[in-house]
Design a protein around this ligand. Structure first.
Ligand SMILES: Nc1ncnc2c1ncn2[C@@H]1O[C@H](COP(=O)(O)OP(=O)(O)OP(=O)(O)O)[C@@H](O)[C@H]1O
Length: 316
């Protein structure tokens, strides 16, 4: 991915939060900052990201074979699938780093296919990227890492930048005094994830994209990262798009799971629906993960979109 994404760039689009809890004053302040901008970005209604018959070929190799997908505002969509299924390619198309061979990709109602580079840059700022190993710059301190998007994209004073960084570190449960001058190598895996998240959130993008967020983490830290993803959604009302091999994590955080096999969406719906739905491929895929799904669904049903509809399946 480009540096813009490594930096977790995005516009200052303060969030219109439904979650105005008295115990979270810092978040309320954040929420109020850019309401108008946020509304501008999310003018497309409930369907924030829509893919219609998206195909992607590299020379003769067809990697994505007509993807239809809807990501709803404020929800977490997890893309699962085997190695080489096309998940990363799909993600790169959505965040406008690649163009599809054919099909439409709508972000907040705007078809981004065929847009000139300048316009694509504008689209890219709507996404904050959180990478597998947090992708922090090793020779930079935590303060420098998190400040990076603000230094690059705003004209804020050093003092103001510092204050915003400290605020984000605190929101993410990191003690600034303890971490601000440390280098990434001096932090635990979970702390690095938090720092990566702080950086991705610096410009308050409406959509957070996580590439394998729990990969390489122990089960306990994976749980903490899942909690963090859910917390980000609640606190900042962000829409989350996650690529994951981690079925347990998918069950904990996803409103929608999308199973991609060999470039096709074979099933999409609530994780429970995939596990118990009509698609044999989806049932087997989840079964083979060995995860005890009965114990896992964490997001309350009332927060999920609509009643528990059966998963949509393409091939049975
Ligand atoms: N730039 C490219 N040029 C040629 N082939 C590519 C390119 N990018 C991806 N591919 C091919 O597309 C297929 C899907 O790759 P992709 O990285 O999207 O899969 P994935 O589902 O993310 O896999 P993994 O889970 O292993 O990361 C692979 O066969 C890969 O070799």
């Amino acid at each position: 991915m480009t540096n813009a994404y490594a930096r977790g760039d995005g516009p200052r689009t303060g969030q219109k939060s439904d979650d105005e809890r008295p115990s979270r004053p810092a978040i309320r302040a954040d929420a109020a900052k850019g309401e108008a901008q946020r509304e501008g970005i999310e003018g497309g209604g409930e369907e924030l990201i829509v893919l219609r018959q998206v195909r992607k070929a590299f020379d003769e190799t067809v990697v994505l074979k007509g993807i239809d997908l809807v990501v709803r505002r404020g929800e977490t969509t997890v893309i699962i699938g085997g190695s080489g299924a096309g998940k990363t390619t799909l993600l790169r198309l959505i965040v406008a780093l690649e163009q599809p061979t054919s099909g439409e990709i709508l972000i907040a109602g705007e078809n981004i296919v065929g847009l000139p580079e300048r316009e694509l840059n504008r689209i890219r700022t709507k996404f904050g990227m959180v990478y597998q190993y947090a992708a922090l710059l090793d020779s930079y301190t935590v303060m420098e890492n998190v400040a990076f998007p603000l230094i690059e994209h705003t004209k804020l004073s050093k003092k103001e930048i510092r204050e915003r960084v400290l605020e984000k570190l605190r929101i993410l449960g990191l003690d600034p005094k303890n971490v601000e001058n440390k280098f990434p190598s001096e932090l635990s895996g979970g702390m690095r994830k938090r720092v990566g998240l702080a950086r991705a959130l610096m410009l308050e993008p409406p959509i957070l994209v996580y590439d394998e967020p729990t990969s390489g983490l122990d089960p306990l830290t994976s749980r903490l990262v899942d909690d963090l993803i859910e917390e980000m959604r609640e606190r900042f009302n962000v829409t989350s798009l996650v690529i994951s091999h981690d079925i347990a994590s998918c069950f904990r955080i996803a409103h929608q799971a999308v199973l991609l096999i060999q470039g096709e969406v074979v099933a999409a719906g609530k994780p429970d629906s995939l596990a118990r739905g009509e698609s044999e491929i989806a049932r087997k895929f989840i079964e083979q993960s060995g995860v005890d799904i009965a114990r896992l669904s964490r997001v309350p049903r009332t927060e999920r979109s609509g009643p528990s509809e059966p998963s949509k399946t393409k091939q049975e």
